[in-house]
Design a protein around this ligand. Structure first.
Ligand SMILES: C[S@@+](CC[C@H](N)C(=O)[O-])C[C@H]1O[C@@H](n2cnc3c(N)ncnc32)[C@H](O)[C@@H]1O
Length: 232
């Protein structure tokens, strides 16, 4: 029999089934498995198992994330939504009082995202290029509390800064999954990470966490930063 207990982060749960313990979120749309994830029913509630092998945010939590800015009620701008795997768990976490503006530019993934949003009213799909925030600014009702970014692009720190500048004010958070091999396939991983983090720092962000996602996700770092002064 499965048991579920609240995790230290609001909106996140720990499900235990025999010797197995997994992260999970309480489903906003019971009865629906979004991408084949296991559903666990406890009392009146349904929980969706959240695998750290399928989601870098779950991997970061497993690897000891200290700050979780995405909380019940948060307004999140999610860049690189793909088909909505992690978006769907963020949608569970922020709940009906929050919103996820989910940006994705690949047509096939965007179709799945639009379908996801049909049953999750707190997900607003935006079919756009995250490198051009001014194009989708009219669709986003700010200010945004958290920007979560997971895009395979060469200039990942710059994209995050441009979006933070456009949508956020003091106290807002950035969460960035740095995919090293999309930036540079020849340079050492540490050099690539350090260059992106230096860019965040140079532009005025306070980098508060820097987590290596190995072995859950290869060649990725997960960085949490905060807007504490004007982003240049
Ligand atoms: C690694 S996948 C994201 C996975 C997703 N975050 C999850 O955990 O469910 C990266 C996604 O970023 C999208 N992407 C890359 N560059 C982008 C851009 N400039 N604007 C919007 N989406 C972009 C890709 O099409 C791809 O779907």
């Amino acid at each position: 029999m499965s048991t579920v207990a609240p995790h230290k982060f609001a909106g996140v749960y720990t499900s235990t089934d025999g010797e197995y313990t997994s992260l999970s979120t309480k489903s906003l749309v019971p009865g629906v498995s979004v991408y084949g994830e296991k559903l666990v029913n406890v009392g009146q509630d349904e929980f969706r198992i959240w695998s750290p092998r399928r989601s870098k945010l779950a991997a970061a939590i497993k690897k000891g994330l200290a700050e979780m800015p995405i909380q019940p009620g948060s307004k999140v701008l999610y860049l690189g939504a793909a088909s909505g795997t992690t978006v769907s768990h963020c949608s569970d976490i922020v709940g009906k009082g929050g919103v996820i503006y989910a940006v994705e530019f690949a047509p096939r993934s965007a179709r799945d995202l639009v379908q996801l949003a049909a049953s999750r009213t707190n997900v607003i799909p935006i079919i756009e290029d995250a490198r051009h925030p001014t194009r989708y600014a009219p669709l986003v009702s700010g200010p945004i509390d958290v920007i979560y970014q997971d895009v395979a692009q060469p200039n990942q720190a710059t994209i995050l800064c441009e979006n933070l500048k456009t949508f956020c004010s003091f106290g807002a958070w950035g969460m960035l999954a740095i995919k090293a091999r999309s930036i540079d396939s020849a340079t050492s991983l540490d050099k690539v990470y350090n260059k992106e983090i230096a860019e965040l720092d140079r532009r005025g962000l306070d980098v508060v966490e820097n987590i290596d996602l190995e072995p859950l996700e290869r060649d990725h770092r997960f960085v949490v930063c905060r807007v504490t002064e004007d982003v240049t």
